[in-house]
Design a protein around this ligand. Structure first.
Ligand SMILES: [Fe+2]
Length: 207
């Protein structure tokens, strides 16, 4: 069975963000690399156990436990790539005529209403993620809370904008009760062009 790494960590050039320090980012990149490493390690172990033949009872137990852990590590890797990928220096505001703004206006009535909904979810207690998803089959956007990395993701939905609200994302820059300040900083660093490019545009809506 192949033992080569399945994934390599991606690199993000994000120094100089507003309100999210380079120190925080360096620490956060290391945490992300840990998810990549652990995802590779779990996949390798699962491949070694899954040889296409009946497993011994003790191997089945190990296989099941590692498979459960894979959802945590794999989502941790992918969601961090989305998070870092939708940040940039001097992010600014989304273009009012963009497909993203048009989509949130259809669903929420206004960009401001969508933003308020997203931020309200972001202020919920607990650690996790706020994700604006697109339902590709109905071309509809909605905001969701994801506990840890794997509880609350909607099957088949596409992450469009992803915000990390685990405390490691902001504790070097803000106090635990200052999450709202981190969320403000996050919004001033959003790469709206990337957000726009993540949208799946139905052929009928492309013109
Ligand atoms: Fe994180």
């Amino acid at each position: 069975m192949a033992t080569a790494a399945f994934f390599q960590p991606q690199h993000f050039n994000l120094s100089g963000l507003q309100g999210i320090s380079d120190e925080t980012l360096e620490m956060h990149f290391k945490l992300y690399e840990g998810y990549v490493k652990e995802t590779n390690s779990l996949m390798e172990k699962l491949d070694q156990l899954s040889q296409g033949k009946e497993m011994r009872e003790e191997d089945r137990l190990t296989f099941g436990e590692l498979t459960r852990r894979l959802g945590f590590e794999y989502n941790g890797m992918v969601l961090h790539e989305h998070y870092f990928g939708n940040l940039k220096r001097e992010g600014g505001e989304p273009q009012r005529g963009s497909a993203f703004v048009a989509a949130v206006v259809r669903r929420f009535g206004s960009y401001e209403a969508w933003r308020t909904d997203f931020i309200t979810i972001g202020k919920m207690r607990g650690v996790g993620w706020i994700i604006c998803y697109q339902d590709p089959t109905r071309n509809r956007l909605s905001n969701h809370w994801v506990t840890l990395h794997e509880v609350g993701n909607i099957a088949g939905f596409k992450p469009i904008l992803v915000m990390d609200v685990w405390e490691h994302a902001f504790l070097l820059d803000y106090k635990p009760e200052e999450r709202a300040k981190y969320i403000d900083a996050f919004f001033s660093n959003i790469d709206w062009k990337t957000v726009e490019q993540r949208l799946i545009i139905a052929p009928a809506n492309k013109a």
